[in-house]
Design a protein around this ligand. Structure first.
Ligand code: 48F
Length: 268
């Protein structure tokens, strides 16, 4: 230990970081499933897909994962979960506190960290700081992957060309933005999503019970190769927002994973 300050040169640290990043990122260039957004829907889908052996990665624009979970309701770090969704959290060790009949309360920090850790442990990769600015759509007919740039590059307004990642299925789990779905209908002339107006009409005002109930039916393949989940699905289907009740988000992630597996298996 006497020479501990002399055994490593700074360049060794740089080499370890760059080489390990490159090795793992190359494995994320051709995916079974590319998930955009590391909120509750995206992280749940990633865990369940990885558990089924899929090569899956999440691309998250922020340096932190968890999306809208951290702040709970109006910065009170608690989220409400319906009984139906409780097993998706209990299985990753989140402690749920029964409050009203059929409803439980979870600590938002515990929920984010345990759900994320479980997705990573299952084998999903999560890449932070990456903005999915666009998608590939072959022959205007099928989504074939995502187009990435560093979010910092985008925010700085720099003109830097992106890189592309191929995926058999893309899941838009970008929350209220529904960024991937919006991009598709903006950039592909005549493209129509499976939505009330063929585009992204946007969410309706808050009605928690209805919004949660509608989410399962809204989690669908909206365009060949593109599944929408979580609040993005609510925005595409024009269903009510629901605030800090999250069971529907986890169940939507689960449904998205099931659909993605069906699409992959049907293509084999
Ligand atoms: O918003 P978010 O948590 O989406 P969600 O999984 O859950 C919604 C709830 O958090 C809450 C709610 C519950 O009733 O209403 O809002 O549907 O997570 C979406 C994540 O996607 C990232 C964004 O930073 C967030 O972490 N994101 C959005 N657009 C992009 C993106 C993009 N183009 N590229 C990469 N990440």
């Amino acid at each position: 230990m006497s020479n501990q300050f002399e055994t490593i040169r700074e360049v060794h640290i740089s080499q370890m970081i760059v080489e390990s990043f490159a090795r793992d990122f190359v494995d994320s260039l051709e995916l079974d499933v590319a998930i955009v957004g590391a909120g509750p829907a995206g992280v749940t889908a990633a865990r369940l897909l990885a558990q089924q052996g899929a090569n899956v990665a999440i691309f998250e624009r922020h340096l932190h994962v968890g999306g809208g979970m951290w702040g709970g309701g109006m910065l009170f770090p608690r989220i409400v979960i319906e009984q139906d969704a409780s097993s998706l959290l209990e299985t990753v060790g989140v402690r749920l506190h029964p409050w009203r009949e059929g409803y439980l309360v979870a600590d938002s920090v515990e929920t984010v960290t345990k759900c994320t850790a479980a997705a990573l442990d299952a084998g999903a990769r999560i890449w932070i700081g990456m903005f999915a600015e666009d998608i590939m759509v072959y022959h205007d007919r099928r989504v074939a992957g995502v187009v990435l740039n560093w979010d910092a590059t985008v925010q700085a307004g720099l003109h830097v060309d992106p890189l592309a990642v191929e995926a058999k299925v893309v899941i838009d789990a970008t929350g209220h933005d529904a960024h991937i779905c919006r991009t598709l209908v903006t950039k592909i002339p005549g493209a129509r999503l499976r939505s009330p107006d063929g585009g992204v009409p946007g969410e309706r005002s808050m009605w928690a019970a209805r919004g949660e109930a509608d989410l399962a039916a809204s989690t669908i393949e909206v365009f060949p190769g593109l599944i929408v989940a979580g609040m993005a699905a609510s925005n595409v289907a024009a269903t009510p927002r629901m605030g800090a009740i999250f069971g529907g988000m986890f169940l939507s992630g689960q449904r998205a994973a099931e659909l993605a597996l069906e699409i992959i298996r049907a293509s084999q």
